[in-house]
Design a protein around this ligand. Structure first.
Ligand SMILES: [Zn+2]
Length: 229
């Protein structure tokens, strides 16, 4: 089993040991490490990409034996190497994944909805809910946006616990509803300030909520620069 550094450590660049590097028919290599900062795809969150040594990592997944396979474009020599995760991609994935928890907790907290499915893939981030009562109206984009803004303003801290019965890691922010999860998470809800609700609609009779992270705003000048003399 590969040690999952991403569960306990936010370090995205660290020394690892390359234990295996197996060539595949498509010309890529499946690399196994003793420990990894790379998040493998799962739980609706895309995998990390980056580098192991000089070789580019394009895909990471966990196999049925708990081994994390890093798919690399070039062969990686066995022994010590620096594993380096793509920071911007991880940040975006962490933000959207955390937003999926928070939006689920807010809508479930309204009392009439159960979350059934979710994805935090950029461009396709969405949550699906099931109504507990037929007559209930789907919350509007404005309603969900207001709730989200409120939680962002409260700057709630990330919390995690291990469920003593199941051994699963349970995560939340402040007093929001907690969910079992092995993904990567923002330290505070303030980091979700750029998340927007893009759609709240019914699909096959069940509510779907779509969301996205907006790009940083273009800097605007409130005063004109003074003319140089
Ligand atoms: Zn999570």
């Amino acid at each position: 089993m590969t040690t999952k550094l991403f569960l306990t450590d936010k370090t995205l660049e660290t020394e690892v040991s390359v234990l295996e590097c197996i060539p595949s028919e498509d010309g890529t290599f499946s690399v196994t490490l003793d420990r990894t900062p790379f998040y493998p795809q799962g739980g609706g969150q895309p995998c990390d990409t980056g580098f192991i040594g000089k070789s580019e990592v394009i895909k990471v997944f966990e196999n049925e034996n708990g081994k994390i396979c890093h798919i690399a474009k070039q062969e990686v020599p066995l022994g010590k190497a620096i594993a380096k995760v793509n920071v911007e991609r991880r940040k975006l994935n962490t933000c959207l994944h955390s937003a999926s928890h928070v939006i689920s907790a807010l809508i479930e907290g309204m009392g009439d909805w159960d979350v059934t499915k979710g994805s935090s893939f950029p461009g396709q981030a969405r949550l699906e809910f099931k109504r507990k009562r037929e007559e209930v109206e789907i919350p509007s984009i404005d309603q969900i946006t207001e709730m989200l803004k409120d939680v962002v303003a409260q700057n709630l801290s990330f919390k995690e616990n291990i469920d003593p019965e199941t051994g699963f890691r349970i995560v939340t922010w402040g007093d929001l509803k907690a969910y079992p999860c092995g993904g990567t998470h923002v330290s505070s809800t303030a980091e979700l300030a750029d998340v927007v609700i893009t759609k709240a609609h019914l699909k096959k009779g069940q509510p779907h909520v779509n969301f996205a992270k907006v790009l940083p705003k273009l800097r605007t000048f409130t005063t004109l620069p003074k003319p140089s003399k």
